[in-house]
Design a protein around this ligand. Structure first.
Ligand code: NCD
Length: 312
């Protein structure tokens, strides 16, 4: 069987193109499984997975949990707000205690960039990064690229825009790495204050003009304004942001061409995208959610194959 080149999924940065292609091919098979009347396979019957969420999440947590259950793994869930983390326990202590219960895989979301890498060096389990602060969110980038490919075909030469709050977005960085690796051209668009200078070194172009960007692209990923991470005022008002960088039906119609629209969720309807656009035929937001389960099944399945667990 073909194998991944990595033992953990810490970021897209650590993957090779062959890894991404293998994840996509495996996800194709799992997508077929989850559309059958019996949506489950027994592949991970002997495996225990802990979902550790030190930061809020709705869809990523549900998506990972569903992927694990569709693979027949045993699943335990942990949310920081209900845990001993609030009593002063360190991350390594928390995780070592969980691993003492014989856990094979840890899926972790954490507010600190680098938390997943740190854990992979300090505990003996396979680590999957479900978002580490403003750094990476690899499973989201994989499901985004997979969803674009499903609609537009091979990504080589495709023009993809990432619009909005690039500065605070782990989705943006992982998307840049994944899309560039697959041969797409990437343009970032947003207010200057929300586009970090160092991103240009990643081989992407930058624009502050939404209409110009949309006219250029085949697909646009409309990112959420991450107000919870903003310690300063990065733009004068939400109303002004929506006027300059929000997408509404009038702007979409005036392009006179079809582009596809992605959003990682949760949507701030009326800020980055209006309701009619979010619910339009251009938006592939619900395809992203469906593909997310298949992509996460593929990631977990392929990483478990590298664990060398004796079969019973
Ligand atoms: C993203 C995240 O948490 O980084 N959402 C997600 O994973 N579904 C994007 C966001 O919060 O805006």
């Amino acid at each position: 069987m073909e194998q991944l080149s990595v033992n953990h999924l810490l970021g897209i940065k650590y993957l090779k193109e062959a890894d991404v292609q293998l994840i996509f091919e495996t996800a194709d098979r799992f997508k077929e499984v989850i559309n059958r009347p019996i949506k489950k396979v027994p592949s991970l019957r002997d495996i225990t997975i802990a979902n550790l969420f030190f930061e809020n999440s709705t869809r990523t947590k549900l998506s990972f949990e569903l992927a694990e259950k569709r693979l027949s793994a045993d699943v335990i869930n942990f949310s920081a707000s209900q845990s001993s983390v609030n009593k002063g326990e360190t991350l390594i202590d928390t995780v070592k205690n969980i691993l003492a219960m014989k856990v094979d895989v840890v899926v972790m979301r954490h507010p600190n960039p680098g938390a997943a890498l740190f854990l992979s060096k300090n505990v003996d389990a396979c680590i999957i990064n479900a978002g580490d602060g403003t750094h990476e969110h690899p499973s989201q980038a994989l499901l985004d690229a997979y969803s674009i490919k499903e609609k537009l075909g091979d990504l080589r030469g495709k023009k993809i825009a990432i619009v909005g709050d690039i500065l605070h977005s782990r989705v943006a960085l992982s998307n840049i790495f994944a899309l560039k690796m697959l041969g797409a051209e990437v343009m970032l668009c947003g207010p200057k204050s929300l586009i970090p200078k160092y991103h240009e070194a990643l081989g992407v172009s930058v624009s502050t003009d939404l209409m110009k960007t949309l006219k250029w692209c085949d697909a646009a990923n409309m990112l959420r304004v991450q107000s919870e991470r903003m310690d300063l005022n990065y733009f004068p008002s939400t109303r002004e942001y929506a006027q300059l960088y929000g997408l509404n039906a009038k702007k979409l119609m005036s392009l006179k061409k079809d582009i596809i629209l992605l959003h990682p969720g949760p949507i701030n309807r009326g800020v980055e995208i209006t309701s009619d656009v979010a619910d339009s035929k251009n938006a592939i937001i619900l395809d992203q959610v469906e593909n997310g389960v298949a992509i996460r099944m593929a990631i977990i399945y392929l990483l478990v194959a590298k664990l060398n667990i004796p079969s019973t």
